[in-house]
Ligand binder design. Sequence first.
Ligand code: C2E
Ligand code: MG
Ligand code: MG
Length: 606
Amino acid sequence: MLIWEPLHTPWLIADKLDSFKTFNLMIQQNTNNNLAAENAEQLELLSICMAQLNDVVLITDARPSFEGGPRIVYVNEAFERVTGYPRTQALGRSPRLLQGKNTQPGELMRIRQALDAFQAVRVELINYTLEGQEFWVDLDIVPVKNAAGLCVNYIGIQRDITEKKQDQALVEQLAHHDALTGLANRRLLADRLKQTLAACARQPVYCGLLVIDLDNFKSLNDTFGHAQGDALLIEVACRLRACVRDVDTVARLGGDEFVVLIQSVGSDPAEAASNAETVARKILHRLGQNFTFEEASYHLTASLGIALFNSAKSPMDELLKQSDLAMYQAKAAGRNTFRFFDAGMQVMVDERSWLGGELRQALAQKQFTLHYQAQFDTERGLVGAEALLRWDCPGRGQVPPAVFIPLAEQIGLIKALGNWVLEAACETLVHWSTLPALSHLTLSINVSPKQFQMPDFVQSVMQCLQRSGARPDRLKLELTEGMLIHDLRDVNTKMASLKAQGIGLSLDDFGTGYSSLNYLRRLSLNQLKIDQTFVQNVLTNENDAAITRTIVTLGQSLGLEVLAEGVETLAQKEFLISIGCHAFQGYLFSKPLPAQAFEAFVTLCD
Ligand code: C2E
Ligand code: MG
Ligand code: MG
């Protein structure tokens, strides 16, 4: 252990590190009790100098790590001043007391490796004061060896470089950010885009570059002055940031030209175009809301150009050119809108938008009908039907439900559409109840997850049954596994109340979603419908056959009826019977038929 005695050696301050080695030798002489009076004076002077230093000096012993590592044996006054630790609290403790949550593990590792090899090391480290305040230090650690060459102490000298680090951060900020808005500048955007392109090369997923130009900024700037113009640009920056995720980059390239880089918008072109469209619409909507400064209110619009990419092939300049071109097309199209660079994507988005408009009208103009597909049971024959929605769009013809149902969900029409189906199904049930050949049939309707999640879903089903006079035990609701992943308790409550009224509950497309045996046990289900993709391959694909077998066994053990959908051949039907599945639906029996054709079909079956 090092014994601290005052010493006079003024020249030592100039070169601290070397001086400490000398200093240590002197101390050793001191411990031998052979200190000359001259050395005693030098020690005293050294002590005073150490106290005067602005740099923190900390001396530890050289205790090995298996004994808990070095302990502090000396600290100077600067240590107390800078760290806030009184000397008495520091002595005997590990220098780790200065470390905290942001202290860099990599730098600590370098220190440990150097100490293990008894070597000097220099690091830049984040330390913490007693109060928990962060500060940066440039730290030199030097091992001190005794006359026998054994390492007996380490001397640490720390210079506070917090200001230097703050300056560096400021320089960094200025070099990569737009001074007015704090958004990324062209350089940072280029960096981010480079990283994104590199990521695309590893895993091709679509990303988007959106160029946004304010439509009437110049005239606003000229009319109201630059100070107002600047305030407006700052607000635009805030709104743009609020429209995207943290992983995306919002940049200002100058004037009123903004660029947004959006990451991972989809793995296929349709999904990517649809997601980029959502972002574009959100931006147009946010920027279109009035800006108010000092009681004056401004209205802005913007034109947006979108380039989507999913490979590293197009360089940044090319992508910027593409979105710029698309942005000018948006301007040419009357401003306050967006355009894709890729014509195919634009067609896709336009088409969807057109179809959405048509769908809104379709409800009012009664363009929907229900078709009915028979459901059979080996014991009882025809037991029911599934109602499948059909849309005959004028000028377009039949639009498949796989296209318009998701669209209705996206544009908020699913509740109205679902209610229409429910009412039409109830009317059908009432009509069937008057026909002896059909009065025993159940009718299944498909319920979209968004529709089921509506708080008043159960109520609207009950009201519809009451209004129409249809029997609840003739109605069956087909739910999908997707809706079960949201708030299981709410799903459970709704299902229990529906079942309590006698309404049947079926799980459609079973086997394709996130099945969990746990929820199957807890839910009030009556039926599992094996998804048609398994049924169609039962004779050709071992895996699909095994899954089908498992679903049948599962249904049996849970006391649920199991119906196979999409049965097209006699051989499939026979296989299904052989594994214990006795209810079927599919082209083998009948395609979905319009109301009258279905009635005729039932009469034929009778
Ligand atoms: P889903 O409920 O699984 O309906 C079965 C689909 O398989 C129907 O397609 C039906 O026509 C088809 N299908 C039936 N038997 C066979 C067969 O043997 N072979 C083949 N290849 N296909 C068969 P559709 O009518 O095009 O409906 C597709 C999906 O659209 C339905 O799948 C359902 O999820 C949804 N959908 C239909 N109507 C409605 C509705 O009123 N509301 C809601 N939310 N969704 C509906
Ligand atoms: Mg169905
Ligand atoms: Mg299905």
